[in-house]
Design a protein. Structure first.
Length: 323
């Protein structure tokens, strides 16, 4: 595994670029209103992710799912009501984990600084600190997001990139949020940690074109290994996204994808576009020489999607319900 370095203040140029947008975040946003906010988040993550490293992948996924629907406004954290089915209950989000982590951090911050730190900022900070805890890079998280009041399940269903998506759809969805093709290749590298359910790859293994066949883009030997774990109709078993190091944030994902062993169709799709394919092969060949820096930069960019600032939205007292 290549070493990951601390990047200090490397993102100021990126922040200047982002400054032209209406939403302006800033480093150290809570330095006066809640000086220990980021330390409180970090302390909690350090205590709990160490004992449950799989939560890092879950939190990264939650942050991603939040930002791709209505922007990074914490809408994925809201619970459904009698009158509304929230994002949390949309099919793609029903396997999300880690809500208890965000709630616990929010509770700690409310005791110290009531009504100050948003749930959307907490999610962004916890995602960063969790990645760092399992050997990934550090990046500076600009804060100042406010929480949204709207969460609609159907928006998650239609806006979230799917594990079944082809490269054309993936590029369109990332472009719609202001992210580049490179960001697509970089953020896909988050699959270096975590697990996937057999139900999400069943068609690839047993009925790819409706004729009882296996996805030809999948390495046959890897497909055979997956079939041993994922029997037809198996809905409970999970498999590692990055076999052998799924709890460590490293560059192995790209080596696996380059060998046609990406677990999801969306992983394999990176080989179907010249730019994403070149990125996969470069990171595989150089042992992830730029992956740490690239990942931090793309996470900062993602964290700007559709944010609410100033007097927009609210600062929720509890992350699961609007005030």
């Amino acid at each position: 595994m290549s070493g990951f370095r601390y990047f200090g203040m490397m993102f100021f140029c990126l922040l200047v670029f982002m400054g032209s947008t209406e939403a302006q975040l800033q480093l150290g946003f809570y330095s006066r209103s809640c000086p220990n906010a980021e330390r409180i988040v970090q302390d909690y993550v350090n205590r709990h992710i160490h004992n449950a490293p799989s939560l890092a992948a879950a939190i990264i996924r939650m942050h991603f799912h939040d930002c791709f629907v209505r922007g990074c406004d914490g809408s994925v954290l809201l619970s459904s009501t009698k009158k509304n089915q929230a994002e949390k209950d949309a099919i793609p989000n029903q396997t999300l984990r880690g809500f208890n982590v965000i709630d616990a951090v929010k509770s700690a911050l409310e005791k110290k600084c009531p009504g100050v730190v948003s749930c959307s900022d907490i999610l962004a900070l916890v995602a960063r600190d969790a990645v760092l805890m399992i050997g990934g890079p550090h990046w500076d998280v600009p804060t100042g997001r406010r929480d949204g009041r709207v969460s609609i399940a159907n928006e998650a269903l239609f806006n979230l990139p799917s594990p079944f998506a082809n490269i054309t759809v993936l590029k369109q969805q990332f472009s719609a949020t202001g992210l580049s093709v490179k960001d697509l290749a970089v953020l896909s590298g988050g699959h270096t940690i975590g697990i996937g359910h057999c139900t999400l790859i069943s068609n690839r293994l047993y009925n790819f074109t409706g004729k009882g066949d296996t996805d030809p883009s999948l390495d046959p030997r890897y497909a055979a290994q997956l079939k041993k774990k994922c029997k037809p109709g198996n809905s409970n078993t999970v498999v590692e996204m990055d076999p052998g190091s799924f709890k460590s944030f490293d560059e192995d994902y790209y080596t696996i994808v380059a060998k046609r062993r990406g677990l999801f169709q969306s992983d394999s799709a990176l080989l179907d576009d010249a730019e994403t394919r070149d990125y996969v092969r470069f990171q595989s060949r150089t042992q992830g020489s730029t992956f740490a820096q690239d990942f931090g930069e793309s996470m900062v960019k993602m964290g700007y999607i559709g944010v609410l600032t100033g007097k927009q939205g609210e600062i929720r007292k509890r992350c699961a319900v609007v005030n």
